[in-house]
Ligand binder design. Structure first.
Ligand code: FCB
Length: 452
């Protein structure tokens, strides 16, 4: 990796902050999800980062990262009437100022799934008015922090927010309509495009991107039915988002499939307005890519949109505790595919990491060798892709802390810092020390450079 490669760690507000009742924060759809018994543990306290951010930033400084990807909770900085909440903004002033003082560049995500409940009650992401509310929130936040925050990520993983939240109902807000999910996906992308323009207007030297999740896939066999199932899955899971962001519009095969299933026509006849695709395709400075695993898809699933997941020709190098196959080669190949298909100016890995539950041993050390191996193999894939000409300019490890892994609660641990969820004690794991060495190798080479 080049000397100006950005090394970072990532978290999100609901997963680490807690402080639910501080600053006049209003409820998000995840607070409601928790209040209605849909989470094994609530995020009311989470990692108590709200009170412990100075300790956490000191640890990051010890780690030696260049950058920290954090998200702002919309519900902390904007009240239920859409006005700025000064107390909430002041909390993030504290975090951002402490990061900058520690020499760590804040990369701020505006939306990591915590929609204000008031907006969900008014229709949520399937309703176009939520796009206007997001644009207004983006304006407040980029105006306030733009003098210090230059790196912005609009929306995190629109597929998850739309499909798990509105179609499968397993994530907040827990609705189960494919038509709603498709409308939500469009409005999330539109909100992204609107926010890019808003941020640029407020922060002329901003670097703005979106964090898209991906599930690269390959067909289970060479037969045509498997190939078709795989292409459909790729359209549903990946192309539906990447294509419009990069100016190709929605993929025609998916528009046809969704129209014939009457998802688009029955409930939302007017979902795609003139100019929307241009807004979504507003040029971005970097593509944020979240990669964890890839799938093998065969025909004959009950889930028409997803195809059946099968064991494939290339067996994984094991599984993480999320049950996700470990496939670093697919990561390298997908980076090459994205570069060839969309020619992004720059790609930043905004998330990559693994869940393994290793706990402190009798000597207090956490030996999470499997995480280290996962990270090593995926960084090697990034290195390889760079060698093949893919412009990858940064890597944010998910996650800095063991945190609240949504509906898995505290059971899934992605952190390189172990968190005891009873005492809140932080213990850097073996992977933390390994990552510090990995980053340090390159920092030392920078230090040796003679300034002009
Ligand atoms: C991603 C999310 C992130 C975390 C990781 C494991 O989908 O963006 O918040 O849950 O998965």
């Amino acid at each position: 990796m080049a000397n100006d490669f950005t090394w970072g760690v990532a978290t999100s507000a609901y997963q680490v902050e807690g402080g639910r009742f501080k600053d006049g924060k209003v409820n998000s759809i995840w607070d409601t999800f928790s209040d209605t018994g849909r989470l094994p543990e609530s995020g009311d306290v989470a990692c108590d980062h709200y009170h412990r951010y100075l300790e956490d930033i000191a640890l990051m400084s010890d780690l030696g990262v260049d950058a920290y990807r954090m998200s702002i909770a919309w519900t902390r900085v904007v009240d239920n009437s859409g006005q700025a909440n000064p107390a909430g903004l002041a909390f993030y002033d504290g975090v951002i100022d402490a990061l900058i003082a520690a020499g760590i560049t804040p990369w701020v995500t505006l939306y990591h799934w915590d929609l204000p409940q008031g907006l969900e009650d008014a229709g949520g992401w399937p309703d176009r008015s939520t796009v206007d509310a997001f644009a207004s929130y983006s304006n407040i936040v980029s105006n306030h922090f733009g003098n210090r925050v230059k790196h912005w990520i609009t929306i995190n993983e629109p597929w998850v927010a739309a499909m798990l939240g509105y179609r499968e109902g397993v994530f907040a807000p827990g609705r189960t309509s494919m038509a709603d999910a498709l409308a939500a996906s469009h409005h999330l992308l539109l909100a992204h495009g609107r926010a890019v323009a808003t941020i640029r207007a407020n922060v002329p030297d901003a670097q703005v991107g979106i964090a898209l999740d991906c599930r690269p896939s390959q067909p289970a066999s060479a037969n045509q039915a498997d190939a078709e199932a795989n292409r459909h899955f790729d359209g549903f899971r990946n192309r539906w988002f990447f294509d419009p962001v990069f100016g190709l519009g929605y993929p025609q095969d998916m528009l046809d499939a969704y129209a014939s299933a009457e998802y688009l026509s029955s409930l939302h006849p007017d979902w795609l307005k003139d100019g929307d695709l241009e807004t979504i395709a507003t040029t971005i400075d970097f593509l944020g890519l979240n990669y964890y695993t890839s799938l093998v898809i065969g025909a004959g699933s009950e889930e028409a949109e997803e195809g059946a997941v099968r064991p494939g020709p290339n067996p994984p190098a094991g599984y993480t505790e999320m049950g996700w196959a470990i496939k670093p080669d697919a990561f390298r190949q997908y980076l090459g595919h994205l570069n060839a298909t969309y020619s992004p100016r720059s790609i930043v890995i905004t998330e990559n990491g693994a869940s393994f539950g290793d706990a402190p041993g009798p000597d207090g050390q956490v030996r999470d060798l499997r995480r280290q191996q996962y990270l090593e193999s995926h960084l090697a894939a990034v290195d390889h892709a760079i060698g093949e000409g893919v412009p990858v300019d940064g890597y944010f490890l998910w996650s800095f802390l063991d945190n609240l892994e949504w509906t898995s609660g505290f059971a899934q641990r992605f952190g390189i810092v172990h968190v005891d969820h009873t005492t809140q004690a932080r213990t850097p794991k073996g992977s933390f020390h390994w990552y510090r060495r990995r980053i340090g190798r390159r920092s030392r080479s920078i230090d040796r450079q003679v300034p002009d």
